[in-house]
Design a protein around this ligand. Structure first.
Ligand code: SF4
Length: 324
């Protein structure tokens, strides 16, 4: 194992699929070595910097899709707040907060998978104003776009688009039946072709095998995303996965997943997203030795750590936070 890791770091050689599986299956007493090896790559590509991002849910609930993990899905009975596109004032308040606190990026999520041209025009106008006022970097999570819609968002000032693969191609039908993995890949390719940076990652704990985790990460490697959010399932009440068994999501296993992500995508910005506060509690220094990006102030439909607490955690762990 150590020979394999050393050759990745020192010679820059690619991991073979069987090495990836061995890393996820590694005994826990190998974990220190994995984290140390991941830290070498993290330091080489990202220094000691951590980018802290805030996520706004700009349109919530009422989604036509049946993603099993999602509280906004048509199949969920989650009692979340549901609303159409929020007012510009609300979006701008978060944008101003990000600017004042010197955070990295405003990530804006909109529930739904397909949008009318009128909806995209209205949202583009909000982005244009926000960009002119705050100059913050903007990433949107906004389903499948037509090329015309994507170009409108780009012209309005969206820098990056988030479109997660979520899991492997083989496992995808187990978590969603209303659209396909390949539609997701095609959407990402279209966005890349017109010049968007891509943020794409996945969720661990959906019931997938280690083979699925590796397949997803290798597919992400072929996409070359600038940013890779790794979420660890929070089984939300009212979703199809509310009773999902997450006992295998030990801190050691979750660390192996983020280490493997760093080995496969060494130069990417790797974000520990949902589940950080649960699965890495008390192990933040090790986590930040591997990942270089965090969300503060919660996730789309789940609470998280405040901005102040997140900044404190970064500093106390011996890292620095910055504007990208
Ligand atoms: S993940 Fe997105 S597409 Fe799937 S149900 Fe939730 S909001 Fe809809």
């Amino acid at each position: 194992m150590i020979d394999t890791i050393d050759s990745i770091i020192l010679k820059g050689s690619a991991l073979r699929r069987e090495d990836c599986i061995r890393i996820l299956d590694a005994p826990d007493d190998e974990l220190d070595n994995l984290v140390k090896a991941a830290f070498v790559l993290r330091k080489k590509h990202k220094g000691l910097m951590v980018s802290i991002q805030i996520l706004s849910n700009a349109k919530s609930g009422n989604c036509s899709e049946d993603c099993a993990y999602c509280a906004q899905s048509r199949n969920a009975d989650s009692g979340i707040d549901m609303y159409p596109l929020i007012s510009y004032e609300k979006l701008s308040a978060t944008g101003s907060l990000i600017k004042e606190r010197g955070l990295s990026r405003h990530c804006i999520g909109l529930s739904g998978i397909r949008f009318s041209d009128n909806a995209i025009d209205a949202f583009s106008e909000q982005v244009r104003k926000l960009k002119a006022e705050t100059h913050t970097a903007i990433c949107c999570s906004i389903g499948f776009l037509t090329e015309v819609q994507a170009r409108k968002l780009k012209a309005a000032g969206v820098d990056r688009i988030n479109h997660n693969l979520n899991t492997s191609r083989a496992f995808y039908p187990h978590i969603c039946t209303t659209h396909t993995f390949d539609e997701r890949v095609a959407n990402i390719k279209m966005l890349q072709a017109i010049g968007f940076e891509i943020c794409s990652g996945g969720i661990i704990g959906l019931g997938e095998s280690n083979d699925d985790v590796v397949d997803m990460l290798l597919e992400l490697q072929s996409i070359h995303p600038a940013s890779v959010p790794i979420n660890f399932l929070l089984p939300l009440q009212g979703t199809c996965l509310e009773k999902a068994d997450t006992t295998h999501l030990t801190t050691a296993y979750c660390l192996k997943v983020v280490c493997l992500t760093r080995f496969i995508l060494p130069a990417a910005s790797i974000r520990c997203a949902a589940g950080r506060e649960v699965y890495f509690k008390g192990h933040e220094r090790e986590l930040l030795s591997v990942v270089d990006s965090l969300f503060a102030s919660g996730y789309l439909t789940a609470d998280g750590q405040t901005i102040d607490d997140t900044i404190r955690l970064v500093k106390e762990s011996g890292f620095e936070y910055h504007i990208e």
